[in-house]
Design a protein around this ligand. Sequence first.
Ligand code: NAD
Length: 485
Amino acid sequence: MASSDVIKNYIDGEWRDSVSGTRIEVDDPASAETIAVVAEAGPEDVELAVAAAHRVFRDRVLIDMHPYDRGRMLFRVADALEARVDEIAVINCAETGKALELANSEVQTAIRYLRYYGGLADKLEGRSIPRGANLVDYTVRSPFGVSAQIVPWNGPLELTARSLACAIATGNSVVVKSPELAPLSGVELARACETAGLPAGAVNILTGYGQTAGQALIEHPDVRHIVFTGSMTTGQTVLKTAADRIVPCIMELGGKSAAVVYSDADLDCVVEAVRIGTFLNAGQNCNNLTRLIVERSIADELVERVKVCVEGLSVGPGRENCEITPLISQKQRQAVERACQTALSEGARLVTGGTALEGNGYFMAATVFASVARGSSLFQKEVFGPVLAVTTFDDPPMAVDLANDTDYGLAAGVFTRDIDRALWTADRLSAGQVYVNGWYVGGVETPFGGVKQSGYGREKGQEALDGYVQTRNVGIQLSQPSSGN
Ligand code: NAD
């Protein structure tokens, strides 16, 4: 391939080939064909990117800007994306395999994050602390410095946009390590930053593998802040590395989110929640609905209704807006199939699906298991595929106990027509976000993040900005003017 066809990394305001000259091929998950080749960033490229970002921070390029102007830069990045929404949605759909409509809404969400945090850039205020006549005391909410941001492939544009926007709004500079399986959306965001005229080095976006580029980035001595979005296992590696230099981290990890369904629930509403919550993007969402905890008296009816819905879902490529789209890779599909085999061997009852689908691309049948036992792997471990586990309960305390009985705690839900029961349950679910009578009932402006091993720190909403600043307190000793002179 001619080097002009290779997509480069965005470092210090320029498009650069990788120092090593090595490449990463990007597949279309619906056909398994290569759709693009990107320059593989390694430790040398990371070095250049961090040096640029560090220079921007050291020279106070963003910090000394009026916060309103930092916000306006983010608005311009949003405008640049908005001018190409359809084109970028096609790219996002092709590299992730998700439905085009979903890819389109990912671009729209990225735009909203940029505008939301752009609008908040001049609203993050410190405090003045009264300490008597001889002292003036105030706080400043200061950026950390170079923020390293590691992104997974399932929402590569919106997940990059949300962290990048918070960092720039607060005066940090950014180095993003895009996901090797879906790096093209990050390239489009870099193009938008270039069009928006961001100062060179304020945002750098590279593609490389986690164990080389990602690891070099989080180990870099000039990185002062890490935002990691990805699996629990990689998150543990990131935290161990960060511990060596006491680097603060925002950790957005996996989930095993449960919905508690009481017998008085609107079952149409539950089935619709399963359709979007479990099967959108082939179940590859961190906060997808993976476990239904159902009151025993309605379990058979609900499982039957879910089965009818699931078996009616269209299967095919994202560009045709099918409902069951492919998994990201062959490796991911094999892992999901293995999880299904383990579920069977552990005694779960297969209601539908359970196997990979024939043909090109990485398709997996939409799958439902019933009678899933509490201690089983399917109940406990994140699958990250189109697989639902159904377990029954007898009373509300048992429902909450089952819902909370995993190491994760990203999202949870409750379905009931009884408001008292809804609030009682919502209060007791261990999760960063709780949905009542729906799924994905959160948005750009609502704080999102995990409890337990789903991570800590919050993204989305105003609260996210707290993770990108640290408080500096300034105390001023005054001398009282001498009287009578
Ligand atoms: P992953 O952990 O395998 O990879 C995530 C990112 O980390 C990738 O960019 C990868 O290259 C990088 N990486 C890998 N090893 C690294 C290392 N040693 N140092 C630095 N970076 C390294 O996860 P994935 O398979 O890409 O994504 C799926 C996971 O992400 C799921 O567990 C999902 O739940 C989670 N996720 C969480 C959220 C959230 O907001 N909580 C959002 C989306 C996805």
